[in-house]
Design a protein around this ligand. Sequence first.
Ligand code: DGY
Length: 331
Amino acid sequence: MNKPVLLVTRRLPAAVEARAASSYDARLNPGDTPRSAADLLRLAEGADALLCCPADRLDAATIAALPAGLRVLATFSVGTDHIDLDAARARRLPVVNTPDVLSVATAELSFLLILAAARRAGEGERLVRAGHWTGWCPTQLMGTLVSGKRLGIFGMGRIGRELARMAAAFGMQVHYRNQSRLPPELECGAVWHDNDAAFLAACEVLSLNAPGGAATRKWLNADRIALLPRGAVVANAARGTLVDDDALIAALRSGHVRCAGLDVYDGEPALHPGYRALENVVLLPHLGSATLETRDAMGHLALDGIDAVLAGETPDNLVRAERRQPEQEAG
Ligand code: DGY
């Protein structure tokens, strides 16, 4: 019997590709060439399943033009903002993603951004690499402690909750902003805010961990930044679209925001040129889930979802419309 055809848009970890090739007639991308919508549609001809990544754009027109025989769309990500879910629903195309398995890695990355920004790790690294470091001195590159400070988490989904757990070890008091309050066993002592003003006023450190999409677009704008305490630290490991870049850059220049750590950008891999000119911002290339263990687990979970849909089952990682709440996350 012929194996179902699976189109994989980008190169995946070796173990994941090996499984895909053994279970499917897999169309892989060994050169890891980014696929345009036209390439993707051409390559998807005759496919039963499609495994895409956050760097692919599955907009309404592309989804409508996918082959009629396509039975499942999987994404190698928890975030689904690159997929027009309404268009997928309209053609009854199930979508599966990779929740849970990347929560710890992405929370670690959020914490790395917070620490790297607060302790000026980027500036220090640039100094040493440039050969300009002349030795220890009492006033060089003084940052700010995060231990004992108030951490505000915008989007207390699985990643946000992992971050809160890590922050507890630093003696940080966690505040969070969600549409609804979490039950006590998930809240673990964190303080819920039902409005932005009270939440932002509490944030000595602000971490963005909410999904992208229309509901959160440019959420961190000039008005909200003004509500942060002067000297706040900002980290974004969620989606670049959550931030109004002009407003954040102005606040980083004025010192109202002391420093920021960013892993994601609106329109990435392009980023606002203003960031590159600033010393007080740490810039990473969307590494939130980039650990060997995590990327293997993401690939296997995506394949589990594809296997289940093709077997006529409903996988746990099926993306449901009602799950797209601000507390769900993108990493
Ligand atoms: C996700 O899963 O949404 C991430 O951004 C990919 O690392």
